[in-house]
Write a protein that binds this ligand. Structure first.
Ligand code: SF4
Ligand code: SF4
Length: 223
C-alpha cells in the first residue's frame, strides 16, 4: 500500500495553481483549461474534465480547493497526489498525470471525502471514473498489485455475479506471483468458514452482463 519508493513528489502545488489562475486562462464549462497552453510543462486535455464529469455525474468545477476531502481521507498519507489535488488536476485537464498517479488506485472508496465536501462533490465517484478511464486507456498503475486486484475482482463478478473469495485469491496469486503472501490470513478465513469451497452464482447472469456492457467494461481488463 505504500507509495512507490523514489517516486517524485507531486509537482503541482498551490503556487502552480495560483499562477495558472492569475494568468486568467479561459475555461470550458467543466473548468478545463483551454488547449494550446501548458501548465507546469504539461499540456492539458481540454475535454478531460467534461469526460470525467459525464462518467461520474459530479460537477467537478464546483470544487474550490478547501482541502476537506484530503483532511479526512484515510489513505491520503500514502498517495502521491492528494484527493483535492486530484480534483484540481482533473479541472485543469492534466489527464496523463492524474491517470498515472497512485492516488486513484489507493482510494479505498470509503466516501469520507463525499461526506465532508461542502460543495457536494463526490470525489469517491470521480476516483472510480478515473480508474475506469485509466483501465480503458491501458494506463499502468504505479500500484500494480492494486490494479491487478481490481481486474481480478471484476472478472470474478462478471463470471458468476458474486464473489468467490477462494477462486479470486487463486487468480490474483497467479497474476502477482506472490504465492506465499497472506497464507496466515487465508488459513484464518478458512477456519472461520469465510472461504466457500464452491463458487456461488446469481440466477440472472444476463443482468450482470448488462451492467458490464452498459459501463463499457465488457472486458474488465480493458482489452
Ligand atoms: S472537499 Fe470538496 S470542495 Fe473541498 S477540495 Fe475536496 S472536492 Fe474540493
Ligand atoms: S473515498 Fe477515496 S479519496 Fe475519498 S476519503 Fe475515501 S479513500 Fe480518500
Amino acid at each position: 500500500m505504500a507509495a512507490e519508493a523514489g517516486r517524485p513528489k507531486p509537482w503541482i502545488g498551490i503556487g502552480a495553481i495560483v499562477s495558472e489562475r492569475e494568468r486568467g486562462k479561459t475555461r470550458d464549462q467543466s473548468g478545463a483549461v483551454a488547449s494550446g497552453i501548458t501548465v507546469g510543462g504539461h499540456r492539458p486535455d481540454p475535454t478531460f474534465a467534461a469526460q470525467v464529469q459525464e462518467i461520474s455525474s459530479q460537477k467537478i468545477a464546483h470544487c474550490y480547493q478547501c482541502g476537506e476531502c484530503t483532511a479526512g481521507c484515510p489513505t491520503a498519507f500514502a498517495m502521491d497526489i492528494k484527493p483535492n489535488q486530484v480534483s484540481r488536476m482533473v479541472q485543469m485537464g492534466l489527464a496523463d498525470d492524474v491517470l498515472s498517479s497512485s492516488a486513484i488506485w489507493l482510494c479505498a472508496g470509503c466516501e469520507t471525502c463525499a461526506t465532508r465536501c461542502p460543495k457536494k462533490v463526490d470525489l469517491c465517484r470521480i476516483m472510480d471514473s478515473l480508474r475506469q478511464i485509466a483501465t480503458q486507456r491501458g494506463v499502468k498503475s504505479p500500484e500494480a498489485d492494486i490494479q491487478k486486484f481490481h481486474e481480478t475482482f471484476l472478472a470474478a463478478i462478471k463470471k458468476t455475479g458474486r464473489l468467490h473469495e477462494a477462486g479470486m485469491i487463486a487468480a490474483l496469486k497467479l497474476k502477482t506471483r506472490k504465492f506465499t503472501q497472506d497464507i496466515p490470513l487465508g488459513i484464518a478465513l478458512t477456519m472461520k468458514g469465510k472461504m466457500a469451497p464452491l463458487p456461488p452464482s446469481v440466477k440472472d447472469r444476463a443482468a450482470v452482463k448488462k451492467v458490464f456492457d452498459k459501463s463499457g467494461s465488457g472486458d474488465p481488463h480493458g482489452k
